[in-house]
Design a protein around this ligand. Sequence first.
Ligand SMILES: Cc1cc2nc3c(=O)[nH]c(=O)nc-3n(C[C@H](O)[C@H](O)[C@H](O)COP(=O)(O)O)c2cc1C
Length: 499
Amino acid sequence: MAKEKKIETADNLAEFIKILKENNELLEVEKEVDPYLEITEIADRAEKEGREAILFHNVKNSKYPLLINMFGSKSRMQLALAVDNLDAIGQRIRDLIKFKKPESFSEKLDILPKIMEISKFPPKTVKKAPCQEVIKKGPDVNLDEIPIITCWPQDAGPFITLPMVITKNPETGIQNVGMYRLQKYDINSTGMHWHLHKGGAKHYKMYKEKNIKKMPVAVAIGCDPASIYSASAPLPPEISEYLFSGFLRKKSIDLVKAIESDLLVPAEADFVLEGYIDTEEALKLEGMFGDHTGFYSLADYYPVFHVTTITSRKNAIYPCTIVGIPPMEDAWMGYATERIFLAITQLLIPEIVDFHLPPEGTFHNLIFVKIKKEYPGQAYKVMHALWGLGLMSLTKIIVVVDEDVNVQNTAEAWWYTLANIDPKRDILFSKGPTDVLDHASSEFAFHSKMGIDGTKKLPEEGFKRQWPDVIKMDESVKVKVDSYYEDLMKKSSHNIGFR
Ligand SMILES: Cc1cc2nc3c(=O)[nH]c(=O)nc-3n(C[C@H](O)[C@H](O)[C@H](O)COP(=O)(O)O)c2cc1C
């Protein structure tokens, strides 16, 4: 494990833009661009070409600059979380776990909140905040002033795509911060696209069951990058995203009381939309939306968010992202989640050596898991355990391989698996909840699942023949060829590539 280098921690979006600039990770565009489709076309090309984050200074019909693709590479994701190696965060979690030494299964389940607490960076509340420098209430609220982009041709309208949606559990008072897209309906209302399995939706259900008509909601847009990322992280409900972002940043996040409710919002946000959801109001059609699956997610009914106040910084910057056919910016956010949450998953399922959710599987469709296999049926034990774990339960296909396979290389993982399976023997079909966005499942949010056991089979698993070794060169020959190989190749100008 490489030693962690100290990287500057941004306290807000403007500071992060400065860091991106210093690291040659920012492209500034003065040309006027249209928020209707044109920004998407530019960002999509840039993301697929592995280019920089883009700061558009001149977005048609808006005075605010727009930042896109801020998380769109491994190096930017590392800058966002102030590390030079995303695995270093998982290692910090492992070190803290060693320190806490959880024994029982329930202690292990409770470990993440404990780690966050001992990491000593709880959020701090301040009285005065940059996010409230400008306050617009009631008739002055106008979402048209914000350069909200329409991403794809069949989208139902413009969508806010990188929001931090803040709600409160009406029983415990614990806040949740989730990243759920918001379709702009008009100047003061949006859709609230929280899926059935998500924290915000659970809070909404509680308000409804308690017959509380007005559910306060605040949406922060633009913040320090670790806090924006935290809104997308699959944290258990008892962990505050603010505490988690303090842990990531190694620095507490400042919060301020919202103007209209007692929700605590990030003090350094660029914009805060304050308002409410009327739990007695009929749901409204939301979507279609060109989604991270690479397909349009179909229109469906969701609550309406009424925006009654907008507060902002004087020099606010509007950050957003686009999702679409992978790989996109969100693949790097997902990659950070994979690296960070591996440590917690290993605590609960210790035989897992590594896992990888390749971007083409768009998080929920495919995971490669490498295990240290020690007994028959262990691959199935791991599949069932993952299907029982938080948002992992939504995974459509789990592929389990042995510990000497590099699961970060999907070609290698498929090669190993395809060679090792007898399909009838090694494929398991199961059932369970699915991601709401899965358009192929016959029923909404419920589908079949497939587990593929790509591990070396044991006699008890019905394999009675000889299992061959993977081809491997002798170490002594490798060392010998290492000593002259580069020189040898330099002398040759012949290179026709692999195919
Ligand atoms: C760019 C982006 C957009 C997302 N949009 C949505 C969305 O519209 N609805 C949703 O339920 N989840 C969405 N997600 C996933 C959630 O943010 C993620 O599941 C998160 O863990 C939810 O937080 P929660 O567990 O506190 O609800 C999105 C993630 C990203 C990275």
